[in-house]
Design a protein around this ligand. Structure first.
Ligand code: NAG
Ligand code: NAG
Ligand code: CU
Length: 167
């Protein structure tokens, strides 16, 4: 029966979606640039191990350098071997819990605001929203997380539902 199959698809999707990783586009539409308050951007976001950050900017204009908590307020890097990311679409997987610090290493960009500190928590455990994946399709919300994986699950669910209804 198509309706029953559809409901099963919805339930399975609901169960799987929250477990999938979120890719956070840093700064949302503003990207990784001057004139953005990244403290404000990170506020209220629930970064988990398995999620990723995506820094989007014009290559050459900026870069992304991971620093430690001592260097972060000083906008410096004491790690001589650390190499900044420069591709303009840098994806950084959040593979361990704890605080992570990132700065733009070009000019005075860091002290002008191009610095981001986040706290990553373990993937397991209680989530503040029961199904964070379901908020992803909302348009026009600056707090919406970019999540190709969730979108993919949604698409599969839609196609499955459509196929079953048409069958
Ligand atoms: C950025 O936002 C945070 C949190 O709202 C605020 O405390 C801080 O003063 C802001 N920084 C700037 C430079 O506006
Ligand atoms: C310095 O940077 C390198 C390369 O990114 C990294 O592997 C290493 O862990 C860093 N060292 C410290 C002390 O943060
Ligand atoms: Cu910069």
């Amino acid at each position: 029966m198509a309706l029953r199959a559809f409901l099963i698809t919805v339930i399975v999707t609901a169960a799987v979606a929250p477990a999938l990783a979120t890719v956070y586009k840093v700064g949302d539409d503003a990207g990784w640039n001057l004139g953005v308050n990244y403290t404000l951007w990170a506020e209220g976001k629930d970064f988990r191990v398995g999620d990723a950050l995506m820094f989007m900017y014009k290559p050459g204009d900026h870069n992304v350098l991971k620093v430690n908590g001592v260097d972060f307020p000083k906008c410096t890097s004491s790690n001589a071997t650390a190499i900044p990311l420069t591709s303009g679409s840098d994806v950084i997987p959040l593979s361990t819990p704890g605080k992570k610090w990132y700065i733009c290493d070009i000019g005075d960009h860091c002290s002008e605001g191009m610095k981001l500190v986040i706290t990553v928590s373990v993937a397991e455990g209680p989530s503040p929203a029961p199904m964070p994946g379901w908020t992803a399709p909302l348009p026009g919300n600056s707090a919406v997380e970019v999540s190709p994986l969730n979108s993919c699950v949604w698409m599969i669910a839609m196609v499955a539902a459509y196929t079953m209804i048409m069958a």
